[in-house]
Design a protein around this ligand. Structure first.
Ligand SMILES: O=P(O)(O)OC[C@H]1O[C@H](OP(=O)(O)OP(=O)(O)O)[C@H](O)[C@@H]1O
Ligand SMILES: Nc1ncnc2[nH]cnc12
Length: 169
């Protein structure tokens, strides 16, 4: 299966000079979705308590992966969207700045956590997500991504962590 053919490159979105990786063609293909969620699941050889997905595109795959691993799903959302008590972290993006939140009761101390997002770019989002999980006492087993924009060196923001991606640009 050629996954790159299911990722659409959109030049100059959302800003001039950004080459946006659009995953919606992949979402239209249930066979491909199944194949790649299974691929992520196969990388995991020890129990996972929670799969964390990062709003919004991280949710597309993280809920499916949580179900496959028989783990709970935890949403990390942009500021002001989660209704209960939260922790917050600010971060910078390839094309802006934002703040993420997690519910304080979403992860218990020492739970084993997998963090998923669709894209690893500068790494600011993933770093903020890792900080939130660790502030709640969670143990991060792996951070996995569909796409890694290697030229932005996001891995440098996540030293010492196990990081996997299925497609690299
Ligand atoms: O590695 P970084 O430079 O931090 O960028 C990666 C993040 O950027 C995108 O999200 P975006 O904030 O555009 O939100 P969306 O998923 O709601 O579209 C993507 O889904 C990642 O979460
Ligand atoms: N170039 C890009 N395409 C899609 N999502 C992104 N998130 C950060 N940079 C991105």
């Amino acid at each position: 299966m050629n996954i790159k053919s299911l990722i659409r490159n959109v030049p100059n979105f959302p800003k001039e000079g950004i080459s946006y990786k659009d995953v919606t063609p992949l979402l239209l293909n249930p066979e491909a979705m199944d194949f790649y969620v299974q691929k992520w699941a196969n990388q995991i050889d020890s129990p996972i308590d929670k799969v964390v997905g990062i709003e919004s595109r991280g949710f597309f795959f993280a809920t499916l992966l949580a179900k496959k691993l028989n783990a709970g799903f935890v949403p990390i959302r942009k500021s002001g969207k989660l209704p209960y008590q939260t922790l917050q972290e600010s971060y910078a993006l390839e094309y802006g700045k934002d703040e993420l939140e997690i519910h304080t009761d979403a992860i218990q101390p020492r739970e084993r956590v997998l963090i998923h997002d669709d894209v690893l770019a500068t790494g600011g989002t993933a770093k903020a997500a890792c900080n939130l999980v660790e502030r709640l006492g969670g143990e991060i087993v792996q951070c996995n991504f569909l796409i890694e924009l290697s030229f932005l060196e996001g891995r440098n923001q996540l030293p010492g962590r196990e990081i996997t991606s299925l497609i690299q640009y």
